[in-house]
Design a protein. Structure first.
Ligand SMILES: Cc1cc2nc3c(=O)[nH]c(=O)nc-3n(C[C@H](O)[C@H](O)[C@H](O)COP(=O)(O)OP(=O)(O)OC[C@H]3O[C@@H](n4cnc5c(N)ncnc54)[C@H](O)[C@@H]3O)c2cc1C
Ligand SMILES: Cc1cc2nc3c(=O)[nH]c(=O)nc-3n(C[C@H](O)[C@H](O)[C@H](O)COP(=O)(O)O)c2cc1C
Ligand code: FES
Lengths: 247, 302
């Protein structure tokens, strides 16, 4: 059950430039979370609001998150060492529902970490399409390769994988047919493109959204999102299913 | 030791009440603890018709505080009475409805409906900084506060509490206007109008440009205004604004509060209201205070 836990950090290491991988021990969150959910992390006494970070994976009684240093809060987080304790509220939110059969998982930039959890817990065959700005920004590639049937990398500048955006290989796959769902997390502009394609090929799509939060539990309404009728990203989302026309 | 407080002839088991807009309709925090432990619950601000609120982003963090520009998103008073009130009634705690109108007629209409539905107290919000019509516009002049108060009192079958705006020059004058027009209680403070600008993009963080400041940052302002307002009226006072600990609650009571509202503190710690009740009890024990109400207004002014 979601609750406030004092969790010991077991690992907090740099993956690439500004991106860190943090593991903390918490039996309860490890046992009760599922892909697409997030944890709300207190980042120092000086900051009033917790920071929402998606769960990247769980193993034994440990939870892993992968985050990018953006501002003061995530900077503070990157300075915490193994052995220190974090004040964590979670697991929170409505995550992915993983259908049977073939699925496509799409991650863009710092939106890729939650998709690893989805890939690891998927029931059928998984193709992952991961998009990054350039080669130096690629994260978690090996781990996706270990869990997925196929991994396609794209970079905006062509320094690795396919030169271009994730929508290009996605359309190639969708046009062949046979996919039961697309699950995605990433920048809004990427997800808008994905939704458009899924509508074109009439494949159900679930997107994970971001909005600034306060309570994280559904009580304050600051996280309402325009794309889904001002529903709350913290409890009605962060994962929303896009309505499709009936076949 | 007695934590209970008599407020407008209604008994609160302790002085801690949740602040409107920070506790939804109670369901969310009920998953964390028994909300019957609370002295009272004040629900999200209600309007005559459903509202979707302002565009996001609606929150910005500030030093020890936050700005919000939710803009009264709510399902409307009828849906509240139908879908939420029966649920809340299952809990043994005082229920306070918070209302905002575009017109004086809307305030009266909602008061009538909520009185009939059996709410315990109505908090009349004349201080929302996030809506264009109504809200704060009613709360910044003594005449319009008196007009709204008079209109809702005419139709009210339950105690009426007027929620005052801190965005005024003379809070005592506004508090008196509410009392003279028949208010049974006052509550303060609502949020202070604020702004945050992203220096990289040069744009305000809030889509609404401005929003209401809450949290520890506003606590000293709230204490001062509660002291000024409480000294000016005889009716009881529900005080809020940045209360985070039992000591903060005691300080507010010394300034003149009968009840204490807890809002933003919940976002940091869902258990904040129940912890504050325990901490207040501890303060009373340590200072040999028999009844919570014994410290109300007992600040010794220099
Ligand atoms: C459901 C959800 C899951 C997320 N998962 C991840 C993840 O797995 N990895 C990751 O690196 N980031 C993730 N984010 C984004 C992350 O929350 C922000 O980057 C982080 O809050 C920035 O905090 P800061 O103090 O470093 O930045 P500052 O800019 O100093 O933060 C100021 C305020 O704005 C808020 N804020 C700023 N950017 C965002 C944003 N993009 N989304 C929400 N709030 C923001 C902060 O929480 C804080 O309240 C997620 C966001 C959401 C809503
Ligand atoms: C997100 C948010 C929403 C709020 N919504 C309302 C509301 O609907 N009606 C109202 O009277 N006050 C509303 N308030 C004001 C609070 O009830 C309270 O007066 C204020 O936040 C100060 O208390 P605090 O610092 O403990 O939060 C809201 C405050 C916040 C932070
Ligand atoms: S963050 Fe409070 S309702 Fe979503």
């Amino acid at each position: 059950m979601a609750n406030v836990y004092k969790c010991e950090i077991t690992e907090n290491t740099q993956l690439t430039g500004e991106v860190y991988s943090l593991v903390f021990s918490c039996e309860e969150i490890a046992a009760s979370s599922y892909a697409g959910q997030f944890v709300h992390i207190k980042c120092g006494k000086e900051r009033l609001l917790r920071r929402p970070i998606s769960i990247c994976s769980v193993f034994a009684d440990c939870v892993r998150v992968v985050y990018e240093v953006k501002g003061e809060g995530t900077k503070w987080l990157s300075e915490q060492a193994a052995g220190q304790k974090l004040d964590i509220l979670g697991p929170l939110g409505n995550g992915f529902s993983l259908p049977e059969g073939k699925i496509i998982i799409v991650g863009g930039g710092i939106g890729t970490p939650p998709m690893l959890y989805a890939a690891k817990t998927a029931h059928g065959s998984v193709t992952a399409i991961l998009g990054f700005r350039d080669k130096s920004k690629i994260i978690l590639q090996e781990e996706f390769e270990k869990t997925c049937d196929e991994v396609i990398i794209t970079t905006d500048d062509g320094s690795a994988g396919i030169h271009g955006f994730v929508t290009q290989p996605l359309e190639d796959l969708l046009s062949k047919g046979g996919d039961n769902a697309v699950l995605s997390c990433g920048p809004q502009i990427m997800q808008d493109g994905i939704i458009k394609l899924c509508k074109k090929y009439n494949v159900p799509v679930q997107v994970s959204l971001e909005e600034r939060m306060a309570c994280g539990v559904g009580a304050c309404l600051v996280c309402a999102c325009e794309a889904f009728d001002m529903k709350r990203v913290c409890v009605d989302g962060p994962v929303f299913e896009v309505e499709m026309k009936l076949p | 030791m007695d934590l209970s407080v008599n407020f407008t002839n209604i008994k609160f088991k302790n002085p801690i009440v949740t602040a409107s807009g920070t506790f939804g309709f109670g369901r969310e925090y009920a998953e964390y603890y028994d909300i019957s432990k609370l002295g009272g619950i004040c629900v999200k601000g209600l309007t005559a018709a459903p509202r979707l609120g302002n565009k996001p982003p609606r929150v910005a963090e500030t030093p020890m505080g936050m700005l919000n520009s939710v803009g009264l998103q709510n399902p409307g008073v009828d849906a509240f009475i139908r879908d939420e009130l029966p649920y809340l009634r299952k809990y043994d705690t005082v229920l306070i409805a918070n209302i905002s109108g575009n017109t004086i007629e809307e305030y009266a209409e909602m008061t009538q409906k909520l009185s009939d539905a059996g709410i315990d107290i109505i908090e009349v919000n004349v201080s929302c900084p996030n809506v264009k019509a109504g809200g704060m516009a009613f709360g910044t002049s003594p005449d319009s506060v008196a007009a709204v108060t008079g209109a809702v009192k005419q139709v009210a079958a339950v105690p009426i509490m007027i929620k005052l705006s801190p965005n005024v020059t003379d809070i005592a004058q506004i508090a008196k206007a509410a009392e003279n027009a028949g208010a049974d209680a006052i509550s303060l403070i609502n949020t202070l109008l604020g702004m945050k600008i992203d220096i990289t993009t040069r744009k305000p963080v809030l889509n609404n440009n401005v929003g209401g400041l809450s949290g520890p940052a506003i606590f000293p302002v709230a204490v001062r205004m509660v002291w000024q307002a409480a000294a000016a009226v005889k009716i009881p006072v529900l005080a809020m604004g940045g209360v985070t600990t039992g000591n903060d609650a005691a300080e507010m009571m010394l300034a003149g509060a009968d009840l204490i509202g807890v809002g933003t503190a919940c976002f940091d710690d869902p258990y904040a209201p129940v912890k504050i009740i325990e901490q207040l009890a501890q303060y009373m024990r340590q200072n040999k205070i028999e009844r919570a109400c014994d410290i109300t207004g007992k600040v010794e002014i220099n």
